[in-house]
Design a protein around this ligand. Structure first.
Ligand code: ADP
Ligand code: MN
Length: 856
C-alpha cells in the first residue's frame, strides 16, 4: 500500500530516501562544531522582531534590525542595537522579502545568524540557502527540510512514510478538474482544495457538491497563484468539525527531537487561528501520546533541526490526521513557553550554535506541563463588518474575543474549527466604552498640552507630595462642636462669649485658598490633613470650609461633589464646628433664589454637617440678610450675621460708612436674633485704629453677643488689626495657617498665636503644631502653582487703602491685567477701579466669583 503511494509520487519517494540516509548519517558520523553566536539579524518586523531581540539581549547577543522605508519609525528599529534600511523604493512587504539586501546587511555587519521570525521569508528554502551560502547561519531547519515542509504534498508523503496518519488526499498536485472529480467519486463530498505551497489559511476552498466543484477549483487556483506564486492544488477529504491540535517540537544537530506538548488552535476564522490554548482541553491522554509520538517520529524521519510545529486535525471520533509542518517559530509559541517554562527562542539560538538538546537540559522526561495558557489574536479587523480591515486604535476585535472567551461551549472545552461560523451570537458585540483608553488619552493630552481646565499661568505643579505630620492615635479630643451639639446654638454662643482668651477661625479650608489658589484645592488634599487638624486644633472656634466659590469650582473645574466634601470632612473632623459663607437670599449662587430653596439648602447643609452660617449681603441689604438668617436658624444652625465693612470709620472725612452706620446695622441684626455678630472686612481696609473704635463700640452696645472679625491681609496690616480687635473685645478673629496666609489671604495663624501667647488673649494653640500644619500646606500649595497668585503677585500692597479692592478680586484683577498685557500698568488699573467706585457712589465691594472666573 505504501509502496504504491511512493511510486505514484516518484519524486517524493526519492526525496524521502535521501533524507533517510542523511538522518542516519547525522546520528552516526556527523561531528558538530560549537560556534557561539554573537550577533543576530532579524529579517522581520513588529512583535516577532522585538520578541527575538529580547531573547538575544537576554543571552548577551548583539541585535540587528532591518526595516523598510515605511517602517522608519517602527518600534522594532529602536529595539535593536543596530538597524539598517532594506528594499529602498519598494512597497513595505516587498522590502522584507528582499533577500539580496538582507544578505548584504548581514555580511557587511558581521552578522553570525539570521532569525526569520514568522511570515515573510521564514519558510523560504531559498532564503535559508542564501544565508548558508553567505556563511551566515539561518536559525531554523536546513534549507532542504524547509523546502520539503513548505510543500504540503511532499510533507504528506513524508508523514505517510513515517507511518503517521494523514487525511485521505491526492498524493500529488492535481493538474485538472477531472482529477478532483475522480477524488470526490472515490471519497465523496465534502472535499477541500488546498494550495500545495499555501499558508495562513489562504488558497483553501471547501466543496460540498459537484455543482460547486468547478468554480471552487478555479478560485482556489487563482488565489494560490496570486498569494504563493504557485497555483498548484491538491485535494483532501474535508473533515467535518475537527479540532486543530498541533505539537511543538525541537530538534538539534545531533538527531535528538523532543516535543513540548500540544496547542489547541480550533478557534479559527477562515482557517486562520484566532485563539490558541495550551494544553488542549479535555484531551484523552492516549490521544496526546499518539500526537506527540507521531510528531517526534515525523521530525526524526526528516532530520528536523530547530523549532517546528506538526499540525493535526482530530475528528469527532478522536482519530487524528497529520495536515502539515510549520518549519518555523509560530505566533502562538508563547503559550507553550508559558506552560513548559522553555524559552523557545533561546533554544533556537543555542541549537544553531551547535548545542545539543541534552546540553540545554531539554530531555523529554524533564519537559512537563504546568498550568495552561491562552493567546488571543488582537487584529485590526472589525468583526461587526465582516472582519474588514480597519484603521485607528487597535480596539476592534477585542469585544468579539471577549464573546468567545465567555461562550459556554468554549468554557466547556468542546469547540471545533467550525465554532465561529456556527455561533452567530458571538457577533453580538457590546459597543466598547474604552474607559481605560479614554483615560490614557486624557492623561497623555494633559502631559503634552497641560491641564484642560483653564489656568491663569503656565507654571507646572510641583512634583513633591505633601507629607502629613504624625497624627496621634485615638479619638479626636473634644472641641466646641461638642458643646454646640450638646447645648444648641444659644448656649454655644454663650460659651464662646464666656471663653477666656482669643478664639480663632481657620480659613485655610476655604477663604485662604480661594484668595491665593483660585479655590482649586481638591478634597483629596483637604482630607489628608483633616485628621491632623482634628487632633491638634480642637480649640478652634471653627473651620471655614464651604461657600459659593466652593460650589462653583468643585462643579465647574474639579468635577467634585461639594456635598461629598462636606460629608467626608465632617467624618474626619467631628469635634470642630464648620462654618460656611451664605450669601443671604442668594445662598451659594449668584442670584436671588426662591425662599423655600434657601431654607431647604440650609436644612440639608446642616444635616450634612454644617454648623455655623455666616450670612452676609454685599450691599448690607437687610431683608436679604434676614432671609438667610432665618433659613440658617430654622435649620438649627448657628447664625452669624456679617456686616460687610468698607471705608474707614477712623477717617472723619468719610461720611457714608461711619461708626453709626455699622452700629445701627448691628442693632438690627442683633434684634433679628443673630447668635454671633461678624465684621466682614473683605478688602482688608480695617486698620488698627478703626478696629479699636469699631469693636469697642459694638462691644459696649452688645456685651453678650460674641463678636467675630474677618479681614484680608492685602496691605500687610492684618495681624496688627486683628490684635487691636482682640484687645477691643472681639471674641474671634479669622486666620489662615502661615503658609496659606498673608497678601490677599487672611493674617497668619502662627503670628496671632505667637503674639497673644501669655497675654489675656492667649489662643491656647500650640505653636509647634501650627508649624507642622503650615509645612503640609507649604508643600501642598506647590501642587496648585498654576493657580497661585504669587505667579504674578509678589507682595501685599498698601494702596488697597486707596482703591479698596477686596482680596479675591485684587488677585483676579492682577491676573487679568497680566493676561491682557497690562502687567506693567496695574497701578493705573487700580486707580481706574477707585475712580469707578466713586462714580458709583462708593459701594461696598465683594469678590463675586462669576466675575472672577469669566476670564480664565
Ligand atoms: P495553512 O497552511 O493555511 O495553515 P492548514 O493545512 O494547516 O493550512 O489548514 C488550516 C486549517 O484549515 C486547519 O486548521 C483546518 O481548520 C482547515 N483544514 C485544512 N485541511 C482540512 C481538512 N482536510 N478538513 C477540514 N479542515 C481542514
Ligand atoms: Mn497550518
Amino acid at each position: 500500500m505504501l509502496q504504491l503511494h511512493f511510486v505514484k509520487g516518484g519524486l517524493t519517494f526519492l526525496g524521502i530516501k535521501r533524507i533517510n540516509v542523511l538522518s542516519a548519517a547525522f546520528q552516526s558520523t556527523q561531528r558538530v562544531e560549537y560556534k557561539p553566536i554573537k550577533k543576530v539579524l532579524v529579517a522581520n518586523r513588529g512583535e516577532i522582531a522585538t520578541r527575538v531581540f529580547r531573547a538575544c539581549t537576554e543571552l548577551g547577543i548583539r541585535t540587528v534590525a532591518v526595516y523598510s522605508e515605511q517602517d522608519t519609525g517602527q518600534i522594532h528599529r529602536q529595539k535593536a542595537d543596530e538597524a539598517y534600511l532594506i528594499g529602498k523604493g519598494l512597497p513595505p512587504v516587498q522590502a522584507y522579502l528582499h533577500i539580496p539586501d538582507i544578505i548584504k546587511v548581514a555580511k557587511e555587519n558581521n552578522v553570525d545568524a539570521v532569525h526569520p521570525g514568522y511570515g515573510f521569508l521564514s519558510e523560504r528554502s531559498d532564503f535559508a540557502q542564501a544565508c548558508t551560502d553567505a556563511g551566515v547561519r539561518f536559525i531554523g531547519p536546513t534549507p532542504e527540510v524547509v523546502q520539503k515542509m513548505g510543500d504540503k504534498v511532499e510533507a504528506r508523503a513524508i508523514a505517510i512514510s513515517a507511518g503517521v496518519p494523514v487525511v485521505p488526499g491526492t498524493d500529488s498536485p492535481i493538474t485538472c478538474l477531472t482529477e478532483a472529480k475522480e477524488f470526490s467519486d472515490k471519497y465523496g463530498f465534502p472535499i477541500i482544495f488546498k494550495a500545495a505551497f499555501g499558508g495562513g489559511g489562504r488558497g483553501m476552498r471547501v466543496v460540498r457538491s459537484y455543482e460547486e466543484l468547478e468554480e471552487n477549483y478555479t478560485r482556489a487556483y487563482s488565489e494560490a497563484l496570486s498569494a504563493f506564486g504557485n497555483g498548484s492544488l491538491f485535494v483532501e477529504k474535508f473533515i467535518e468539525k475537527p479540532r486543530h491540535i498541533e505539537v511543538q517540537i525541537l530538534g538539534d544537530k545531533f538527531g535528538n527531537v523532543v516535543h513540548l506538548y500540544e496547542r489547541d488552535c480550533s478557534i479559527q476564522r477562515r482557517h486562520q487561528k484566532v485563539v490558541e490554548i495550551a494544553p488542549a482541553a479535555l484531551l484523552d491522554p492516549q490521544l496526546r501520546d499518539r500526537l506527540t509520538h507521531d510528531s517526534v517520529k515525523l521530525a526524526k524521519q526528516v532530520g528536523y533541526e530547530n523549532a517546528g510545529t506538526v499540525e493535526f486535525l482530530v475528528d469527532k471520533h478522536g482519530k487524528h490526521y497529520f495536515i502539515e509542518v510549520n518549519s518555523r517559530l509560530q505566533v502562538e509559541h508563547t503559550v507553550t513557553e508559558e506552560i513548559t517554562d522553555v524559552d523557545l527562542v533561546h533554544a533556537q539560538i543555542h541549537i544553531s550554535e551547535g548545542k545539543s538538546l541534552p546540553e540545554l537540559g531539554l530531555k523529554q522526561e524533564n519537559i512537563r506541563i504546568n498550568g495552561c495558557a491562552i493567546q488571543c489574536r488582537v487584529t485590526t479587523e472589525d468583526p461587526a463588518r465582516g472582519f474588514q480591515p480597519d484603521t485607528g486604535r487597535i480596539e476592534t476585535n477585542i469585544p468579539f474575543l471577549q464573546n468567545v472567551l465567555n461562550n459556554n461551549q468554549f468554557l466547556q472545552g468542546t469547540v471545533d474549527t467550525q465554532f465561529i461560523d456556527e455561533n452567530p451570537d458571538l457577533f453580538n458585540l457590546r459597543p466598547v466604552q474604552n474607559r481605560a483608553q479614554k483615560l490614557l488619552h486624557y492623561l497623555g493630552h494633559v502631559m503634552v498640552n497641560g491641564p484642560t481646565t483653564p489656568i491663569p499661568v503656565k507654571v507646572k505643579p510641583s512634583s513633591v507630595d505633601p507629607v502629613v505630620p504624625p497624627i496621634p492615635m485615638g479619638e479626636s479630643p473634644s472641641g466646641f462642636r461638642d458643646i454646640l451639639l450638646r447645648e444648641g446654638p444659644e448656649k454655644f454662643a454663650k460659651a464662646i462669649r464666656q471663653h477666656q482668651g482669643l478664639m480663632l477661625m481657620d480659613t485655610t479650608f476655604r477663604d485662604a485658598h480661594q484668595s491665593l489658589l483660585a479655590t482649586r484645592v481638591r478634597t483629596h488634599d483637604l482630607k489628608k490633613i483633616a485628621p491632623f487638624v482634628s487632633q491638634n486644633f480642637n480649640n478652634l472656634f471653627s473651620l471655614e470650609n464651604w461657600g459659593g466659590a466652593t460650589f462653583d469650582v468643585a462643579m465647574r473645574f474639579l468635577y467634585e461633589c461639594p456635598w461629598r466634601r462636606l460629608q467626608e470632612l465632617r467624618q474626619l473632623i467631628p469635634n470642630i464646628p464648620f462654618q460656611m459663607l451664605l450669601r443671604g437670599a442668594n445662598a451659594v449662587g449668584y442670584t436671588n433664589y426662591p425662599d423655600n430653596a434657601v431654607f431647604k439648602f440650609c436644612e440639608v447643609a446642616k444635616e450634612n454637617g454644617m454648623d455655623i452660617f455666616r450670612v452676609f449681603d454685599s450691599l448690607n441689604y437687610l431683608p436679604n440678610m434676614i432671609l438667610g438668617m432665618e433659613a440658617a436658624g430654622q435649620a438649627g444652625g448657628v447664625v452669624e450675621a456679617a456686616i460687610s465693612y468698607t471705608g474707614d470709620v477712623a477717617d472723619p472725612t468719610r461720611t457714608k460708612y461711619t461708626l453709626d452706620y455699622y452700629v445701627n446695622l448691628a442693632e438690627a441684626l442683633v434684634k433679628a436674633g443673630t447668635h454671633i455678630l461678624c465684621i466682614k472686612d473683605m478688602a482688608g481696609l480695617l486698620k488698627p485704629k478703626a478696629s479699636d473704635m469699631l469693636i469697642r463700640a459694638l462691644r459696649d452696645r452688645f456685651p453678650d453677643v460674641p463678636i467675630h472679625v474677618h479681614t484680608h491681609d492685602t496691605a500687610g496690616a492684618g495681624v496688627a488689626s486683628m490684635l487691636a480687635c482682640a484687645h477691643a473685645g472681639a471674641d474671634i478673629v479669622d486666620v489662615a495657617v502661615d503658609s496659606m496666609s498673608g497678601m490677599t489671604s487672611q493674617p497668619s495663624m502662627g503670628a496671632l498665636v505667637a503674639c497673644t501667647k501669655g497675654t489675656d488673649q492667649d489662643t491656647g494653640i500650640q505653636l509647634e503644631k501650627v508649624f507642622d500644619y503650615s509645612e503640609y500646606w507649604e508643600v501642598a500649595r506647590g501642587l496648585y502653582s498654576a493657580f497661585d497668585c504669587t505667579a504674578t503677585m509678589k507682595s501685599g500692597n498698601s494702596d488697597v487703602y486707596e482703591n479698596e479692592i477686596p482680596g479675591g478680586q485684587y488677585t483676579n484683577l492682577h491676573f487679568q491685567a497680566h493676561s491682557m498685557g497690562l502687567g506693567n500698568k496695574f497701578k493705573e488699573v487700580k486707580k481706574a477701579y477707585a475712580e469707578a467706585n466713586k462714580i458709583l457712589g462708593d459701594v461696598i465691594k465683594v469678590t463675586y466669583f462669576d466675575i472672577y472666573y469669566d476670564y480664565i
